[in-house]
Write a protein that binds this ligand. Structure first.
Ligand SMILES: NC(=O)C1=CN([C@@H]2O[C@H](COP(=O)(O)OP(=O)(O)OC[C@H]3O[C@@H](n4cnc5c(N)ncnc54)[C@H](O)[C@@H]3O)[C@@H](O)[C@H]2O)C=CC1
Ligand SMILES: CC(=O)C(=O)O
Length: 316
């Protein structure tokens, strides 16, 4: 049997997030073809040439070029990063008025091409935008997802690594809910070296006396805002997150990642996209892992759901 491995990814929006995500996809050699679209065509053209110019020194040649919406017709994944650099001292939800028209327009163009792959939403407010793209596109729920709390979960692990001096990859568990101020660390799920995190701290009290879960959670929630204040946006963390999600889908890895996906009865919620652990396969977001949250964590998830739903109201 002859197998044709010709996967194709399109990124719409080649600002700091889109361009850096493109770089991560190229350096990891995730696909055969990467197409960049931006309403400022010169920007997409410049970024695509600049990315392709490193071909000699990449492990695998990913052909990068500027394109248009017709390129979505046979794409496996379309990553949407349109929007603007996050304003300082604002919230992701406050970006809704700016982003919703752009995302609606992009989704219409993508679907007009005959696209039948997976949309990965990055634009903020990402949970609202993923729900909106799902409704507007008419695609099955598996085929539209947002980056959700995947980045926040990676931040939590990174910060635990900073506080303990251990490799962040020793940490398990999830940040869940809104990719925004109502997110929460589901501490009942967090472990280090296979031990529940609270037990790990208790068993090593003298070594980690200064480590506080409240402080770790606060730092995790604030990390994006602090980076925005420091450098006018975030790009590397989200680019790694996008590349990880793209790899998991294209390579059918079946990793469980807290992407933003439709809750349809899971955790008692309906008609809302939130970051929850979800099995990613070649067709996108599959089974949601229903964790045994504490009552307090459950209430926090419900609070995120109510908040995100309230921002979805009236958008259609
Ligand atoms: N989900 C997450 O964890 C994260 C989300 N973001 C979000 O990503 C979005 C992009 O942020 P940045 O790249 O920093 O902004 P940016 O201003 O650097 O780039 C936005 C790009 O979108 C393009 N664009 C705008 N409207 C368009 C349209 N209709 N069609 C095609 N291209 C269009 C612009 O020309 C620009 O190149 C924002 O909504 C930001 O909040 C950023 C970081 C993390
Ligand atoms: C900007 C944003 O959403 C983040 O870096 O978390």
């Amino acid at each position: 049997m002859v197998t044709m491995n010709r996967n194709k990814v399109v990124i719409v929006g080649t600002g700091q997030v889109g361009a850096t995500a493109a770089f991560a996809i190229v350096t990891h050699g995730l696909c055969n073809e990467l197409v960049l679209i931006d309403h400022v065509a010169a920007k997409a053209a410049g970024e695509s040439h600049d990315l392709d110019d490193g071909s000699e020194f990449q492990d695998r040649h990913v052909k990068v070029r500027m394109g248009d919406y017709a390129d979505c017709s046979d794409a496996d994944i379309v990553v949407i990063t349109v929007g603007r650099k996050p304003p300082a001292n604002s919230t992701r939800l406050a970006e809704l008025g700016f982003t919703v028209g752009l995302v609606g327009d992009v989704v219409d163009h993508v679907m007009a091409s005959g696209f039948d792959g997976v949309i990965v939403m990055v634009s903020n407010p990402v949970d609202v935008m993923a729900w909106y793209a799902w409704k507007r596109s008419g695609l099955p729920r598996t085929q539209v997802l947002g980056t959700g709390t995947a980045l926040d979960t990676s931040r939590l692990k990174t910060i635990i690594g900073e506080e303990t001096g251990l490799d962040p990859r020793n940490v398990g568990g999830f940040v869940m809910g809104e990719h925004g101020d109502s997110q929460f660390a589901a501490w009942s799920t967090v472990s280090l070296g296979g031990k529940p995190f609270a037990k790990f701290l208790a068993d090593n009290r003298s070594r980690f006396a200064s480590v506080s879960t409240e402080e770790i959670e606060r730092k995790t929630r604030m990390r994006g805002n602090e980076i925005v204040a420091a450098k006018g946006g975030t790009n590397f963390g989200i680019a790694s997150t996008v590349a990880g999600i793209v790899q998991t889908i294209l390579w059918d890895e079946r990793r469980i990642v807290p992407v933003s996906t439709l809750l349809d009865g899971e955790y008692g919620e309906h008609d809302v996209f939130l970051g929850v652990p979800t099995e990613l396969r070649a067709n996108g977001a599959n089974e949601i892992v229903e964790l045994e949250l504490t009552d307090e964590e459950h209430a926090k998830l419900h609070h995120s759901a109510e908040l995100v739903r309230s921002y979805c109201e009236g958008l259609l």
